[in-house]
Design a binder for this molecule. Structure first.
Ligand SMILES: Cc1ncc(C[n+]2csc(CCOP(=O)(O)OP(=O)(O)O)c2C)c(N)n1
Length: 363
């Protein structure tokens, strides 16, 4: 009996800026000069803050830190492509995107020193706190997006960001399935940075791409060069436009690379070679984007030097202010476990405060 082909699919890969920053004119998105410069500033800020945080951690002046150098195009260009009143539902490796959405350096210093207060965005209540529990943010994003529609917000979308390792979590599949069934206006952005700590992408899934997982849920999926800010911007903008038009969710796989450690508790030399890191260094998203805006005639070395000097001063000031100390509520995390007080949490809080007092007694 002949077999009928009842479904076929293909997955595209989008790349607009090549490794030398040369643009494909046919695919170049229309972005104002002001927005392009904003994006360049945000990626540079993210890179410089990341480097300083790592130094602080190594000096014992910061807690555990997830490092994001190399991935700036993936998260900053995505943040640029959505609106302020859209939901941003991330994990822990989108530093520059969070800064773009109004988080301050003080937020970041607080958070990575273990203070829950750092998780509260001072200006944008639609930027959710860092999600450490892998994949848990995906169903949240679906609920927020769908809920916004139920409340009559016709224009709101949610962008949720996660890593390649998180696609092995049940929450990933539940999130995509619900979003498809509910036609929820969500953009699922996977930062495929090649590793989940030491687990390489190939051990995470037998699929050739993460993008093709969209097919199983009946939604569009695309792979983009995640070190190409223009490709990421275009894909996220297109997905957001579709979602606003009532056409539902999309999955975007941004192929990128984590240049540094997973967190400061990790030693990547134990599971990947220098040659791999060198190959990816040649695809640096910042260098490519800088070449592009320089070529466009809207950026030059003088502006770059001015930008870097300004950022350095801002970071110095933020660190100095932070280290002056302030009244921190040590039991703040217990305030945020549930929306209302729960006895079991209050018992734990009491034990924690008693232990803290004991420690203080012992100097
Ligand atoms: C549910 C859950 N399981 C395990 C962990 C421990 N863990 C923290 S980060 C990480 C790897 C995550 O990799 P990926 O999703 O690819 O994101 P990346 O860290 O590379 O950005 C693991 C296993 C966790 N935080 N949550």
């Amino acid at each position: 009996m002949p077999l009928d082909i009842i479904e076929t699919f293909q997955i595209s890969h989008l790349s607009i800026l090549d490794e030398n920053g040369k643009v494909d004119k046919d695919l170049e998105p229309r972005i104002s000069d002001e927005k392009l410069i904003r994006l360049h500033r945000a990626m540079t800020l993210s890179r410089m803050v990341d480097a300083r945080l790592l130094n602080l951690q190594r000096q014992g002046r910061l807690g555990t830190l997830p490092v994001c150098t190399g991935q700036e195009a993936a998260f900053c260009a995505a943040a640029l492509a959505i609106r302020e009143r859209d939901w941003f539902v991330g994990s822990y490796r989108e530093l520059g995107a969070r800064l773009m959405r109004g988080e301050t350096l003080d937020n970041i210093l607080l958070l990575f020193n273990g203070h829950e207060e750092g998780n509260v965005n001072p200006v944008n209540d639609r930027t959710l706190p860092v999600s450490i529990v892998l994949g848990s943010q995906l169903p949240h994003a679906v609920g927020l997006a769908y809920g916004s529609r139920l409340r009559g917000e016709e224009d709101t979308v949610a962008l949720t960001v996660f890593g390649d390792g998180s696609t092995s979590e049940g929450d990933f599949h539940e999130g995509l399935n619900f979003a498809g069934v509910l036609n929820a206006p969500v953009i699922f952005l996977c930062q495929n940075n090649q590793f989940a700590i030491s687990t390489p992408r190939a051990w995470q899934t037998r699929s050739e791409t993460i993008a093709q997982k969209a097919v199983g849920y009946g939604i569009p999926g695309i792979q983009v060069d995640g070190n190409d800010a223009l490709a990421v911007y275009s894909a996220v903008k297109e997905a957001a436009d579709r979602a606003r038009a009532g056409e539902g969710p999309s999955l975007i796989e941004a192929v990128t690379f984590r240049m540094g450690v997973h967190t400061t508790a990790d030693d990547p030399t134990r599971y990947r070679g220098d040659d791999m890191v060198e190959d990816w260094a040649a695809k640096d998203p910042l260098i490519r984007f800088k070449s592009y805006i320089t070529e466009k005639g809207i950026w030059d070395e003088e502006k770059q030097a001015e930008l870097e000097a300004g950022i350095k001063t801002d970071i110095d000031t933020a660190v100095t202010e932070f280290e002056k100390g302030r009244d921190i509520k040590p039991d703040a995390p217990f305030d945020y476990v549930f929306g209302t007080k729960a006895q079991i949490i209050e018992d734990q809080r009491a034990r924690f405060l008693a232990d803290l007092e004991k420690e203080a007694d012992h100097g």
